[in-house]
Ligand binder design. Structure first.
Ligand SMILES: Nc1ncnc2c1ncn2[C@@H]1O[C@H](COP(=O)(O)OP(=O)(O)OP(=O)(O)O)[C@@H](O)[C@H]1O
Ligand SMILES: [Mg+2]
Length: 141
């Protein structure tokens, strides 16, 4: 497990960027943490780290954003999904088992449905500007 303390959104983006540079096709990154803690901010950095130039925004309403890159990048937000049926309807599984890089916000709402082989990022608020970020690679390769 790697642990980082950040003192601004920019620092969180930079931590994300380092992880993003190490990602490969098929990787799934589940980003957990309370409302407004910095999940999208972290993913913005990680997408940048892959080399993708697209603008990263919160998929709260769209559920899934796709960013253009040499490897497809999917950014999924399960905040508004309340049942397994909705999850299927949104096509989430097709993305989870694709060969793109997948980021999932609020994945802990459906812990049993996510692949075991994933990278787990947990962000906790220390105070208004300070966060602790724990990155655990659960994948076995
Ligand atoms: N150290 C920090 N790291 C990340 N964000 C920070 C930090 N300090 C302050 N912030 C602020 O916290 C907010 C994080 O917003 P962001 O949309 O990334 O959170 P989120 O976890 O994705 O929210 P949601 O739960 O709505 O999806 C931003 O306004 C950002 O400026
Ligand atoms: Mg978000």
């Amino acid at each position: 497990m790697e642990r980082f303390i950040t003192e601004s959104a920019d620092m969180t983006e930079a931590v994300g960027e380092k992880l993003g540079a190490r990602l490969e096709a098929g990787d799934i990154v589940v980003v957990r943490g309370a409302l407004g803690v910095g999940k999208t901010t972290f993913i913005r950095g990680a997408v940048k780290g892959t080399g993708c130039k697209d603008r990263v925004f919160s998929p709260s309403f769209t559920i899934i954003n796709e960013y253009a890159h040499n490897i497809p990048i999917y950014h999924i937000d399960l905040y508004r999904i309340s049942s397994q049926n909705e999850l299927v309807e949104a096509g989430v599984f097709e993305y989870l088992f694709s060969d793109g890089i997948v980021f999932v916000e609020w994945g802990d709402k459906f812990p049993n449905l996510l692949p075991d082989k994933r990278i787990d990022v947990f962000i906790e608020r220390i105070n208004s500007g300070k966060r602790v970020i724990k990155v655990t690679p659960l994948k076995m390769h």
